[in-house]
Design a protein around this ligand. Structure first.
Ligand code: NAD
Ligand code: DAU
Length: 351
């Protein structure tokens, strides 16, 4: 069956992997990438597929409801996979309102357009909302987040994502729209923006800058290779139960300090540096306010119902990630110098 899928946030880290997967795997689908190209959006992430006949890009801010509606009409959008968001916890602590606007109001704008244009028959349409495990709050030493864990967001970022999840559920309940939500753990991989732990530290190790470890470094995250998240999104989109929710995780918990030491060791080997050279860069700094101690996902439901499981081990995924960053230092330099913003101008203004 043909579909015209709007993928929001497709120029970002995870979105670009989802766009690439859908454009290449489903040549009969029209894939429309809607993205405002904020600091985190980068069309270079998609340059290998941006000439594909089934790929379209629309530079639109999800705060602009009229423009969203025009894009829906222009492309006859049948389904939405919504990833556009402000995604960095540290930024949410500095500027919470940016997160309220994009993550809450932007999501409601998309829901409203979909509701209005699909109302004749919701049964042929799906609104898929991509969310985070951070909505569940922090775990102690024991236990895992399941789909029924109560929401307890602790940062402005997670509060905004929790709110957007509630709106999606409310639209399913109130207007009988078909929706689905997935809540995923920490992703890592190629094209990860170098403000987040793993790519920031890879960049700092390459350039021999300090590695700022928040607090005691004993915070725990559950890491998943981004391509496995994209495969999970494909499965949930096509086979997930409507109006349901799926947790996605890596079964792969690491304290920050253990992960950072592993990263230093692997990078020293790749860069032919002396053993433990990069560990000298580790610098303990002031903790992040409201820092969640531990996240860990129970992904049993998506495994049992849809047969999903991670396809790469952490060792494989981390090695692929480090190799990618070492081979793409120009990508990193373009971001850190801000030059990538010119890519859009040169690529799209004359088309
Ligand atoms: P990202 O910050 O790398 O990318 C976000 C994208 O959204 C960018 O391309 C940006 O330009 C776009 N965007 C931001 N504001 C916009 C607006 N107002 N209008 C249109 N586009 C806008 O984020 P990411 O890490 O790829 O995360 C994608 C989604 O997955 C987010 O919804 C995030 O909450 C969720 N998520 C992320 C992780 C993770 O580990 N990164 C884990 C679980 C869930
Ligand atoms: O759990 C899913 C979430 O994972 C996503 O929803 C978010 O969009 C994504 O940013 C990520 O959130 P985290 O806050 O867990 O990721 P971050 O990479 O910012 O931090 C990972 C851990 O490393 C966290 O405990 C804070 C710590 N840290 C982070 C940075 C940037 C440091 O110790 N030093 C740092 O410089």
């Amino acid at each position: 069956m043909n579909k015209n899928i709007l993928i929001t946030g497709g120029a970002g880290f995870i979105g670009s992997h989802v766009v690439r997967l859908f454009v290449t795997k489903y040549p009969n689908y029209k894939i429309v990438n809607l993205d405002a190209l904020t600091y985190a959006g980068n069309l270079e992430n998609l340059k290998d597929i941006d000439q594909s006949p089934n790929y379209y890009f629309e530079k639109v801010n999800i705060l602009d409801a009229d423009k969203i509606e025009s894009v829906f009409k222009k492309h006859g959008i049948t389904d939405v996979i919504h990833l556009a968001a402000e995604s960095h916890v540290d930024r949410s602590i500095v500027s919470p309102l940016d997160f309220v606007y994009t993550n809450i109001i932007g999501t409601v704008n998309l829901l409203n357009v979909a509701r209005h244009l699909w109302k004749e028959d919701y049964s042929n349409h799906l609104f898929y909302h991509v969310s985070t495990d951070e909505v569940y709050g922090a775990l102690g030493k024991e236990g895992l987040f399941t789909e029924t864990t109560p929401y307890h967001p602790n940062s402005p970022y997670s509060a905004s994502k929790a709110s957007s999840d509630h709106f999606v559920r409310a639209y399913a309940e109130t207007y009988h729209m078909q929706t689905v939500i997935s809540n995923c753990s920490n992703n890592y991989g190629p094209f990860h923006f170098p403000e987040k732990l793993i790519p920031l530290f890879i960049n700092n190790i390459i350039t021999k800058k300090p590695l700022p470890v928040y607090g005691d470094g004993l915070y725990t995250r559950d890491w998943l290779f981004v391509k496995d998240h994209a495969l999970a999104i494909d499965l949930v989109f096509h086979q997930g139960k409507v109006d349901d929710t799926y947790n996605i995780g890596g079964f792969n918990e690491w304290t920050n300090i253990d992960l950072i030491k592993l990263l230093c060791k692997l990078m020293d080997e790749k860069l032919n540096r002396a053993p433990c050279e990069s560990e000298q860069l580790i610098t303990y700094v002031k903790d992040r306010p409201g820092h969640d101690r531990r996240y860990a996902i129970d992904a049993t439901k998506i495994n049992k119902e849809l047969g999903w499981h991670p396809t790469v081990t952490f060792e494989q995924g981390l090695a692929e990630t480090i190799d990618w960053f070492l081979a793409n230092q120009e990508w990193l330099n373009n971001i850190t110098s801000g030059a990538y913003a010119n890519y859009y101008e040169s690529m799209y203004t004359n088309r």
